[in-house]
Design a protein around this ligand. Structure first.
Ligand SMILES: [Zn+2]
Length: 251
């Protein structure tokens, strides 16, 4: 069966910018979206070419130093080197919400017309994040660990959003989300998810296989097809690492 040979897909994790090839090899056959939290971190990884990782350029809303280092011009210049933006968004407990909002607005206005995937944080601010997507006419965002209610999910889908989900989410929450919009993630090193390392997606694949009444292999195949659709629609396909684009095109 072809699907069983697909690598694990981790659409949101945190990996140190100085990770070594040996450490990456230890992740096994997998593809991980590696978020950065600040422009400073993004600068450190911009020239890396790791076939198992897709590095993101991010400004974490809950990290004060990342907000202090925000600069729209520098972001726009760095963005050319990235196929992925993340993480960005809003965090209710992250402090200085006014500043978070203005940065998020600026970011969405820059990325909405770029051929990139965009991973969005929305802790405690699900409805407001969806409102921002509408206001900015941002299509095809990936809402990571999204805890919004059915209304928020419907509003997000109106903007063609996807959801990257992990093993700490409830079955009830996962049932609200359409299978054709789901990607798997670990949010490593988030303790609640209990992934042993980035790309350890076994827990969420098991959970989705219960929710969807499918085998874990079918679940993995589903999330890869979803990523393919999103990569084509967003135009990110042309910027993704070649090995990953090949995996997507030959599904
Ligand atoms: Zn994150």
């Amino acid at each position: 069966m072809i699907s069983s040979t697909l690598p694990a897909l981790d659409a949101h994790a945190h990996i140190a910018p100085d990770v070594t090839p040996k450490q990456i090899a230890a992740l096994g056959q997998s593809v991980t979206f590696a978020m950065t939290r600040s422009l400073q971190e993004a600068r450190q990884v911009r020239n890396r070419r790791d076939s198992a990782l897709v590095w993101g350029i991010g400004v974490h809303p809950g990290v004060a130093a990342a907000r202090d280092g925000w600069d729209a011009e520098q972001f726009a210049e760095l963005l050319d080197s990235f196929a992925l933006v993340g993480e960005i968004g809003l965090d209710r407990r992250g402090g200085d919400l006014a500043r978070q909002r203005s940065i998020f607005r600026e970011l969405l206005n820059i990325v909405r017309t770029e051929p990139v995937l965009v991973s969005i944080h929305s802790t405690g601010a699900a409805s407001e994040v969806v409102q921002h997507l509408h206001d900015a006419d941002m299509r095809g965002a990936i809402l990571h660990w999204f805890n919004g209610d059915a209304n928020d999910i419907a509003g997000a889908i109106e903007t063609d959003a996807y959801f990257s989900v992990n093993a700490a989410m409830s079955e009830g929450q996962l049932r609200l989300m359409p299978p054709e919009r789901i990607l798997s993630e670990t949010d490593f090193p988030a303790r609640k998810v209990r992934a042993r390392k980035p790309a350890d997606t076994q827990g969420i694949e098991q959970l989705l296989s219960q929710v969807w009444n499918q085998t874990p292999e079918q679940v993995r195949s589903r999330v890869w097809w979803n990523l393919r659709t999103l990569s084509e629609r967003s135009g990110a396909m042309e910027r993704l690492p070649e090995a990953l684009a090949d995996t997507l095109l030959y599904l």
